[in-house]
Design a binder for this molecule. Structure first.
Ligand SMILES: O=C(O)c1cc(=O)[nH]c(=O)n1[C@@H]1O[C@H](COP(=O)(O)O)[C@@H](O)[C@H]1O
Length: 233
């Protein structure tokens, strides 16, 4: 792993075969991989074993959100399968996040544990519809501070919020930012987006990139262009 590579490629595929086909075109020295809900629900832990076997570090993105005991058990199960990072929803609250942290510590598991703040697909009107009257930026700040105080290693947020969170929660607090759109890629369903270089300049520690690489006609070329933009490699 290039220690300086902040890139996490989202393997959002409907089958293990399709996911491994893409993984085989990527290089574990140049990126980490993210396994999300669709792929994991279809393939189960086999996908983790297959990716670990190919030398990739994996972010298991299942965004757990449930009562504390249930989330702690799920986080433990993920960590015991050797994943590099796992996440929960910060809106699950302090006791849920603390239970997850405590469970990892009790079992000596060093998987990074981060919390999702406000999804990058949501805008102010969407929050208002679910009864959150704060702006996305305010809600992200509130949830990030709660996540830090509850023992999380960092948060998932939009790059637009990463700078402010650096001031509030410190540089070492991880800011994992999806909604990354290089100039050559379509925005799609994302709302709060930024280019890779702008996202790093804004204070992101890791960039989650999905379709701009995985749907590109030449995924490696897309990765090359992002690395060039970031001055990597
Ligand atoms: O937790 C995430 O990774 C995540 C949080 C969020 O707020 N927004 C978001 O897009 N994601 C994930 O980041 C990836 C973005 O993929 P692309 O939009 O294809 O680049 C998807 O796998 C999403 O599930």
């Amino acid at each position: 792993m290039l220690p300086e590579s902040p890139l996490i490629i989202a393997l959002d595929y409907a089958s293990l075969d399709a996911a491994l086909c893409m993984a085989d075109r990527l290089d574990p020295a140049r990126c980490r991989l993210k396994v999300g809900k669709e792929l994991f629900t279809r393939s189960g832990p086999d996908v983790l074993e297959a990716l670990h076997g190919r030398g990739f570090e994996v972010f298991l993105d299942l965004k757990f959100h449930d009562i504390p005991n249930t989330v702690a058990g799920a986080v433990q199960a993920a960590a015991e399968q050797g994943v590099w990072m796992v996440n929960v929803h910060a809106s699950g609250g302090r006791r849920m996040m603390e239970a997850a942290r405590e469970r990892l510590e009790r079992h000596g598991l060093d998987t990074r544990l981060i919390a999702v703040t406000v999804l990058t697909s949501l805008e102010a009107e969407d929050l208002a519809e679910v009864g959150v009257m704060a702006s996305p930026a305010e809600q992200v700040e509130r949830l990030a501070m709660l996540a830090r105080d509850s023992g999380m290693d960092g948060v998932v947020c939009s790059a637009q919020e990463a700078g402010r969170l650096g001031e509030l929660c410190g540089e070492a607090f991880l800011k994992v930012t999806p909604g990354i759109r290089p100039a050559f890629a379509a925005t799609g369903d994302q709302r709060r987006v930024m280019t890779p270089a702008a996202a790093m300049a804004a204070g992101s520690t890791h960039l989650v990139v999905g379709r701009p690489v995985t749907r590109a006609e030449e995924p490696m070329e897309a990765l090359d262009r992002i690395e060039a933009e970031l001055g990597l490699g």
